[in-house]
Every structure is written in C-alpha cells, then in structure tokens.
Design a protein. Sequence first.
Length: 257
Amino acid sequence: MKKIMVRLFLVLVVLLVLAAIAVHFFLDDAIKRGVETIGPKLAKVEIKLDAVHLSLLSGSGKLNGLVVGNPEGFKSPSAISVGMASLVLKPASLLSDKIVIQSINVQAPQITYETDLRANNLSKILANLEAASGGQEKEPAKPKETTPAKKLQVDDFIISGGKVRVSVTALGGQSATVSLPEIHLKDLGKDSDGITPADLSKKVLQVVLEAASKEAATVVTDLSKGAAYLTKDLGKTATNSVQKATKSLGDLFKKNK
C-alpha cells in the first residue's frame, strides 16, 4: 500500500510539472499571438514579436525582437524596433480583471521619426491608437458583460538607451541619428480600474513623440542648412524648410496632445 501511495505521489508530481510547463509555453505563445493580432488592429501597422518568455513563479519575463511597422505612405521599414524588453508582474493578478505590472524596462529601442515637414509616422500611429481608444469607449456594454477586457496597471515604465533616426523626405531623404532622453513613467492605471492596452500604448507613444519631436527639430534645422550646399534647387527648398521646421514639428505634436 505504501509503495502504491509513493508511486501515485510521484505520478502526481510529474503531472503537475508537465502542466506547469504546458501553461508556461501556451501563455508565452498566447502573449505573442495577442501582440501580433491585437496590436495591428489598434495601431493600424504591422507588428512582429520574435519571442516571449514569462515565468509564472517569479512573474519576471522578457520580450525579444519587437518591431512596429510604419503606416502606409512612409518609406522607412519600421517605426520602432526593440531588441529586448524586460518586465515584472504579479502572477496572481493574471487571474483578475486588472493585470498588475510592477515594471517594464525597454532597452535601447531604435525609433525612426520620418517626416516631410507636414506629417510624421509617429503622429500617424498615435492618431490610430487614439481612434482605437475612443472606439473602445463607445462600444456597447453587452460584449463586456460576457467577456470583460483585461485592464492593466503599470507601476514603472522605463525606456533607456534609445536612438532616434530622423529621416526628412522633403530634403531628399537625408537622415541623422540622435540619442533619445531616458523616459520614466509611473503609476499608469494605478488610481483607477486600470487602463486598456490601447491607452497604455497611447500614453507611452505620446511621451516618445514629444521627446523625438524636440530632437528632430534640431536635426531638421541642421540638415536643412547642410542641404543648402548641395544644389541650388535643393538649397531653395532647404532655406524655406529651415524657416518652417521647428514650427511644423511643434504643431504636429500639439495636434496629438
């Protein structure tokens, strides 16, 4: 009888381990699938994610190879590229209506700010997210009663070591790369029932756009001055552009506040 109990116990342990492994892999795959299917619906651009690794025991995880594409009409291959981002969440909150994420650390993102001095790619993505966020608020309540959407709380969101590639199509596609100042956001969705993924993305992108716009204004001015020495025709374009660059970039951002 004792041997039977021991064997049953061992079988139970093995089954629990296998179940934990299965949940781990299915959860990772579900997150990846969600990013690549829900993300494009919100941002209206292609989004790819290489891999997700999340530990249910510690709550720590990593996202590798996140690439956010550009809206139609822009020439750069992508708007945002992130090699790795780490996060820490409260595992128990995965079972609740609000997932509590203690920290998100986005390391060394590569951001492309493409502009023709009338519009830019980041503002377009932000407008798409705002439209998605507004649409969610206007949706009827019936679907929410049966399948309530998960909300998020993010205590710390840090973006560090980022680079911004400013590409100016109005100046013959000239570009320059500058550093993105560190961005630190706190208590997102903490004083409420939480925020939707669209709202979280919108808040983060608003701050990124503001920082990128400030850096881009200087870059556009410098590129415009340099362009004046290339050809007479381009020089005329550059002279006009340099007078409008700072105001245009500022107006672009104000429209998306």
